[in-house]
Every structure is written in structure tokens, then in C-alpha cells.
Design a protein around this ligand. Structure first.
Ligand code: UD1
Length: 429
């Protein structure tokens, strides 16, 4: 297994480009299931989760051709309605094929993803919504089995604004009979991007990006072209990396409006942040101050940026309270940061981080995608070498991260290891 080795202490400087958003690309690719026309999707990040989705869609019967960051796809016939455990366990987001399969082909068998490094991850809201649309859903032998000759429009109110749950139900409703209204939906930019693509394909969707989405079912969706939005979490990770090294970095090809919760916190901590239409520049000329952070669904501070922000707070001046409200147990990076000399105390969903002047490089282990990103950020500022094992977590969501950070002057390199992990740990997308 590959390792990443970072020699910390280099001040990052220069321009860095953000790739397409993994979390937008995944449901957009899955939505090929909803219609027969050819779709061309560009700005698709070349990351392992996207390859996994391509593989899954191939099993289901889609043709998916990838050329660089462009994917051309089509699905004319169903080969299988089953998303097998072997794929789903490596990527929980595979569950977004459930709604589209059911809506177009009347049946879906999707493995339950099982436990996950960042806490229990139910899909009960996805299933309840589909049942309200007339589906029969059972869970047998570790698989969700859903059937519905034709879904019916319904009024659904989600208990929590689940991101992939909103995507599943929105996609299912595109081909349902009548109108579906989903309340308390997730408002993430990735939902808005998926809705924009579906509308290009002939879907009738209103309200994406607000608390309530209304979908009028249509008979079928056609092909369309689409460019995936930039990855706001990747952009935020580079801003945190710039901040922790006292750097001066311009993050290009991003949407500053999607990053507001993060840039507000970085400014509050004392960084100088300037935004233009498609870039954000961060300068940190002095040691940053501690700030409190609480994660929320969008437009709140993203849980996917919590580990990177915590790394930054480990060397800030003062004490910061970081509260995780979206996922239970999403503090798995804490023991690793402690190995690097961080002073962190966890009490339930709160982590109290007292800044220290210097972290020290250590051998650490990535345990999920964003936890790994947090360790990279910490390693960039630590004294000496930080060796991050289990890099496959990072590869699930970051395109060429070591190359991109090297371009800013970081001393970061990948050391190829022996073979691939035979069991990729269940991680969060
Ligand atoms: C998505 C993102 C992930 C991000 C997360 C929260 C993708 C591919 N992944 O994951 O990167 O960290 O949103 O922003 O887009 N819940 C239930 N029942 C359900 C569904 C969810 O109780 O049926 C709970 C979860 O346990 C969790 C919370 O809702 O506590 C949010 O989860 P959710 O928004 O569903 O996360 P994902 O869509 O899996």
C-alpha cells in the first residue's frame, strides 16, 4: 500500500487548481440509469470513488467511457439490478443507484454498506421516502430489496436533510407518476448541480438549493451534456493547508460562494482572504487565533472540512471548541493528531483543541477520506517527517494531491507500496 511522506515546515505559495466535485459527480453519473440518451459529463475528477461508480454502472448495464476528466455514458438496457456488497462496502455513495434503478426498471437490490469508520450510517430516510412513493422495501441477507412497477408522486418530509437521501428521492421522483414534494431536503451545491443536470435531461424540478424540492414526474429522460461544479471540500482543504503553513496561495477554479462558511472561519482566525469570481486567495502572515467551529448541513460549516480545520486549530493561539453535529464519532483523526503532539480532548461531540506552537512529524494512519486530509494539513506544518499510511482513503476523493501540493512548494511525496489493500476499509465519501 502506498504511503505519503511529508516533510513539514515549507511555506506554501502560488496557484493551485481545484478539480470537479466528487460528491456532485457521483450522483450525476448514477443518474445515467434514468434514461436512454447519451450523456457527456466533463470536469469529472479522476478519483477512486468515481472509478468505483463507473464499475458499478457497468455491472448494471450502462456503457461508461472515460477520457481524462470527461465521461461519456449511456444506459439502454438493464443487465443487473443488483449493486453488490463488494463494491458498496468500498463506497457508501453507491446507494445513489437505488432511486434511479427503482424508478426506471421497477426493481433495485442494493447491498447495505455496513459499519463505517465515522459512525453508524443508516439509510432509513432513503427507504422511508421510497416507500411513501409506493415502493415495497425489504432488507434481506444484508441487501435492500425494493420493488415498484411504477412509483407515485408523494409528499415527503425528511427527519434530517440527508444529502444522498435527497439525491435518491429526487432522482426517483423524476420518473414517478404525478408530483413529489420533498421537505427539509439537503441544500448542498452538489444537489443543485445534480438537479441542473436532470433538468437538462428533461426532468421537471423546482426548488433545489432551498428547503423544499418539487418534482413533476415525466415519462423518460434524454441525454445531455454537463460540466461538474468545482470541489468545495478540495478547495477548502488547500485553504487550510495554506493557512497552517503561513502561506500565500490562490485557489483557482473554485466557487467562492460555496466556501463561505470556511472562509468566514479562516478570516475570524486572522487569515487574509480575498475572493474573486472563480478563485480565493489566502495569506497568513502571522500565527492564527483559535476559533470555535460547529458543523452543520450546508450552508453551515461542512463536516467534510472538520478534520482539516481541527489540524489548523492544533497550532493556533488559544483554545478552540470543535463540535460535530452531523456524524457521531467523526473524531477518528484525533488520536493520530495527538501522535503528532496535538493537545485535544474529546467529550462526546465536542473536541477541545488547545493550540501548541509546533506539531512534530510522526507515522500516522488515515482512517477515512477527510481524516486523511486533516493529517496532510497537519503534516505540512509539523517539524520533520509525517508518514501517512493507508493513502487509498485519500485517493478516493483527491486527484493528484501530492502533485498539486508540490506545485505550491510542499515537500510531499508518494512512496509506492506492495500491492493493493485486499479489503478497503469502509469509509465516508
Ligand atoms: C454526504 C456526503 C459526505 C458528507 C455528508 C454530510 C456524498 C457522496 N457524501 O454523505 O461527504 O460528509 O453528506 O455532509 O455526497 N442519516 C440518517 N438516515 C438516513 C440518512 C442519513 O439518520 O437515511 C443521518 C446520518 O447518519 C448522518 C446525517 O444523517 O448523521 C447526514 O448524513 P447524510 O447527509 O445522509 O450523508 P451522506 O449523504 O451519506
Amino acid at each position: 500500500m502506498d504511503k505519503i511522506i511529508i516533510t513539514g515546515g515549507r511555506r506554501l505559495q502560488g496557484d493551485i487548481k481545484v478539480s470537479g466535485a466528487k460528491n456532485a459527480a457521483l450522483p450525476i453519473l448514477a443518474s445515467v440509469i434514468l434514461g436512454g440518451g447519451e450523456c457527456t459529463v466533463t470536469n469529472v475528477p479522476r478519483v477512486v470513488d468515481v472509478f468505483t461508480m463507473g464499475k458499478l454502472l457497468g455491472i448494471l448495464g450502462a456503457t461508461v467511457k472515460t477520457e481524462g476528466n470527461r465521461v461519456v455514458m449511456k444506459m439502454d438496457a438493464l443487465r443487473s439490478s443488483e449493486a453488490p456488497y463488494d463494491l458498496v462496502r468500498t463506497m457508501r455513495a453507491s446507494v445513489v443507484v437505488l432511486g434511479p434503478l427503482l424508478a426506471r426498471w421497477g426493481e433495485a437490490i442494493v447491498s447495505l454498506p455496513g459499519g463505517c469508520a465515522i459512525g453508524s450510517r443508516p439509510v432509513n430516510l432513503h427507504l422511508a421516502g421510497l416507500e411513501q412513493m409506493g415502493a415495497t422495501v425489504t432488507v434481506e441477507h444484508g441487501y435492500i430489496k425494493a420493488k415498484a412497477p411504477r412509483l407515485k408522486g408523494a409528499r415527503i418530509c425528511l427527519d434530517f436533510p440527508t444529502v444522498t437521501g435527497t439525491e435518491n428521492l429526487m432522482m426517483a421522483a423524476c420518473l414517478a407518476d404525478g408530483t413529489t414534494v420533498i421537505e427539509n431536503v439537503a441544500k448542498e451545491p452538489e444537489i443543485v448541480d445534480l438537479a441542473a443536470f436532470l433538468v437538462k435531461r428533461g426532468a421537471r424540478i423546482a426548488g433545489a438549493g432551498t428547503d423544499m424540492i418539487t418534482i413533476e414526474g415525466v415519462k423518460e429522460l434524454r441525454g445531455a451534456d454537463h460540466e461538474v461544479i468545482p470541489d468545495r471540500i478540495e478547495a477548502g482543504t488547500y485553504l487550510a493547508a495554506a493557512a497552517i503553513t503561513g502561506g500565500d496561495v490562490c485557489v483557482k477554479d473554485c466557487r467562492p460562494q460555496h466556501l463561505e462558511a470556511v472562509t468566514a472561519k479562516l478570516r475570524e482566525a486572522g487569515a487574509e482572504v480575498t475572493e474573486s469570481k472563480e478563485s480565493v486567495r489566502l495569506k497568513a502572515s502571522k500565527r492564527l487565533k483559535s476559533v470555535d467551529v460547529k458543523t452543520y448541513p450546508y450552508p453551515g460549516f461542512a463536516t467534510d472540512m472538520q478534520a482539516q480545520m481541527m489540524a489548523l486549530m492544533c497550532v493556533a493561539q488559544g483554545t478552540s471548541v470543535i463540535t460535530e453535529t452531523v456524524f457521531e464519532g467523526r473524531f477518528i483523526h484525533v488520536p493520530e493528531l495527538q501522535r503528532m503532539g496535538a493537545n485535544i480532548k474529546v467529550d462526546g461531540s465536542h473536541a477541545v483543541v488547545t493550540g501548541t506552537t509546533q506539531l512534530s512529524g510522526a507515522a500516522v494512519m488515515a482512517s477515512d477520506l477527510r481524516a486523511s486530509a486533516g493529517l496532510v494539513v497537519a503534516g505540512l506544518a509539523a517539524e520533520g517527517d509525517t508518514e501517512i499510511a493507508r493513502v487509498y482513503h485519500l485517493d478516493r476523493g483527491y486527484e493528484r494531491i501530492e502533485e498539486k501540493l508540490s506545485g505550491l512548494g510542499a515537500a510531499i511525496r508518494r512512496v509506492p507500496g506492495m500491492g493493493q489493500p485486499n479489503q478497503i476499509a469502509k469509509g465516508r465519501a
